[in-house]
Design a binder for this molecule. Structure first.
Ligand SMILES: *Cc1c(COP(=O)(O)O)cnc(C)c1O
Length: 398
């Protein structure tokens, strides 16, 4: 049997490059607590991400927990359930109540038309997610936040390096959280950061991630410990040198997927949004009226040693640990997408032959020759009837 194709594979520098980078740590014996590598990575990332301020953390989740604490949020926070466990847990672990807003059908980000209906006198913030690299409607969110005096923190874990009309995605809202986990486009093994516009947050975040220690003999905050160590930062410095090349390789993989799957009835692909420079982080496919269900496709790919991922499934508002607290029926679009979406294997070194094989398996699963939509110039925008009996104007978005 062939080697399994995992859903992702971590980017790593050549071993010797990393060894060179960490050599001086053997001289300095300074392994953590904001050393030279930590400082260097911060200044490099400010430039690369095109942001005003950054604070590094040991992982993305704690970065989010701490920016929520640093902004002094209270009461209720509007967010979406179509995300990784981290976003919702970070709100709850700060003693706040998540209020779940539904998502858009097409880009899976927060539905801005449903936010205002959820605002109460207890609401202090909105925490939207840039899902799969799709950017939220940042202008509208800013408008709503200004009108109701709310803070905005973006979960930007999926959008490392993404630019919107030339602007770094981390510069929107009050703050953004990035994840540098091993599975992300850019990694520091584990790691993360907060980017923000108000420079006075810097000392607060730095103190919170180091036990609230503000001086040799003063501890001003009930802080915790979430510092990025020098080995993580060194990995980041190495990976950052190659990240543009990695993103370019991801783009080729994505284009191959699109060439294979575009136009297949019952398969909905994502579109790169206008003005967005993508990082090609994920390749989500929504099985909507396909001959087989998402779960059947998932299982059959697994049977061929191809590890796709039900991402995001289940919704955070249906987690065991939140049983009885939320109703998934309040977010029907999120529920619909979570039941139908699969992210396919994607990483810089995934071979095009493997991409073709994965797509062949998806097509084979249908059990008969795959039908294609006619190009638009022949059939115009004519509605197609899908297998569930409902009418969809266009089943493919690319
Ligand atoms: C990865 C991820 C996180 C958490 O980041 P870690 O670095 O793993 O702690 C949070 N939100 C989303 C959407 C993610 O994908």
């Amino acid at each position: 049997m062939r080697k399994p194709i995992q859903v992702t594979q971590s980017s790593m520098p050549e071993l010797n490059e990393y060894i060179e980078e960490i050599k001086e740590l053997w001289n300095s014996r300074w392994l953590t607590n904001m050393g030279v590598k930590h400082k260097e990575l911060e200044s490099q990332l400010i430039k690369y991400l095109n942001v005003n301020n950054i604070t590094l953390f040991t992982n993305g989740h704690l970065a989010l927990e701490f920016i929520i604490a640093a902004l002094g949020l209270t009461g209720e926070v509007i967010t979406t359930p179509f995300t990784f466990a981290s976003t919702t847990h970070a709100i709850v672990r700060n003693g706040l109540k998540p209020v779940f807003c539904d998502i858009n059908q097409d880009d899976y980000t927060i539905d801005v038309n449903k936010i205002e209906g959820l605002i109460t006198e207890k609401t202090t913030a909105i925490i939207p997610v840039h899902v799969y690299g799709n950017i939220c409607n940042v202008e509208k969110i800013e408008q709503i936040a200004k009108k109701h005096n709310l803070k905005v923190i973006y979960d930007a874990a999926h959008t490392f390096g993404v630019k919107v009309n030339g602007q770094g995605v981390g510069s929107f809202g009050d703050a953004s959280m990035f994840s540098f986990h091993a599975t992300k486009v850019f990694n520091t093994i584990e790691g993360g950061a907060v980017t923000y516009n108000d420079p006075s947050l810097k000392s607060v975040l730095n103190n919170l991630k180091n036990f609230g220690i503000t001086g040799l003999e003063t501890v001003e905050y009930i802080g915790s410990n979430a510092k990025m160590n020098e080995f993580q930062a060194a990995m980041g410095i190495c990976n950052l040198r190659h990240v543009d090349e990695e993103i370019a390789k991801r783009k080729i993989v994505v284009e191959r997927y699109i060439a294979n799957l575009k136009g297949l009835i019952g398969i909905k692909l994502s579109e790169v949004q206008e003005g967005v420079k993508s990082n090609y982080a994920y390749f989500p496919v929504v099985f909507e009226g396909y001959k087989k269900t998402r779960d059947e496709v998932f299982e059959q790919l697994r049977a061929h040693n191809i590890m796709a991922r039900k991402y995001f499934y289940p919704l955070t508002n249906s987690f065991e640990c939140y049983k009885g607290e939320y109703n998934v029926e309040d977010t029907p679009v999120a529920k619909y997408i979570a039941e139908r979406v699969l992210t396919l294997p994607l990483y810089a070194d995934l071979s095009l032959e493997d991409v073709d094989r994965i797509c062949e398996k998806i097509k084979e699963i249908r059990g008969k020759r795959c039908e294609r939509n006619y190009p638009r110039r022949w059939k115009g925008n004519k509605a197609l009837s899908n297998d569930e009996g409902s009418i969809k104007a266009v089943t493919t978005n690319i």
